[in-house]
Ligand binder design. Structure first.
Ligand code: HEM
Length: 198
């Protein structure tokens, strides 16, 4: 993976294909609500539930061509450099700012009046957890007897794809794969304890 990718790119691309909330239920109240879709006007009757399908939106070829089903974090790298924004870069992230998706095409935290108030918190937490896990280690699947690394990766992929909505989107059986944390080359062992994650 290219060095220019950072945790926010990984999170956006992961939440695009695996949004924790796959559908966001909305209800109309006593009055009909107008809704415009592709310049066509619709009138949603009172007391009606509408559930925008986030996963369908996030994989719609109109917005995510040419490879809507591919996990490709680099699609989130902004083509604009910080100089175009007329400011000096101070951190790596400033150089590789996140691409802003067209409004209404990316809704893992919803949008509008009820946008998730925990959005920033979850983003910061994601970055912190990823940094802590991957700063010194890489993750590898634990091979079954006679299994090749490539076959094990396929097995991991299968388990990830075998996800279902249980309130939020979850893998049904992540326990089918065991992984081990491998110290990166050239990184010393951490002081103050064992590096063995088991
Ligand atoms: C990966 C993490 C998270 C995702 C993907 C997520 C996603 C969402 C979504 C899709 C909604 C529905 C908004 C709507 O009805 O239009 C929502 C609402 C909400 N979320 Fe989150 N959320 C996350 C984390 C959090 C965290 C960490 C908190 C609190 C610390 C939080 C608090 C809330 C609250 C209170 C609402 C209701 C907002 C309202 O109805 O006005 N969320 N979230």
């Amino acid at each position: 993976m290219k060095n220019s990718l950072t945790s926010p790119h990984l999170q956006h691309e992961t939440f695009r294909l695996y949004p924790p909330v796959t559908g966001i239920p909305k209800y109309t109240a006593q009055t009909p609500q107008p809704l415009t879709i592709s310049s066509r006007k619709h009138l949603i009757p009172p007391h009606t539930m509408v559930i925008p399908q986030v996963l369908a939106l996030h994989t719609h070829p109109a917005h995510w061509t040419p490879d809507p089903l591919e996990w490709r974090p680099s699609r989130w790298i902004s083509p604009h450099s910080p100089r175009e924004h007329d400011r000096q870069p101070t951190t790596k992230l400033d150089h590789e700012t996140l691409k802003e998706p067209q409004r209404g095409t990316f809704l893992p935290w919803s949008d509008g009046a009820h946008v998730c108030p925990g959005r920033k918190f979850s983003q910061v937490k994601f970055v912190a957890v990823m940094a802590a896990l991957f700063r010194t280690h890489r993750v590898r699947p634990v091979l079954r007897a006679g299994e090749t690394e490539a076959r094990a990766r396929e097995r991991v992929r299968g388990v990830v794809e075998d996800s279902a909505v249980r309130m939020t989107l979850q893998m049904k059986d992540p326990g089918r794969v065991r992984v081990r944390w491998v110290l990166k080359e050239g990184v010393g062992r951490m002081s103050g304890g064992s590096n063995d994650p088991c």
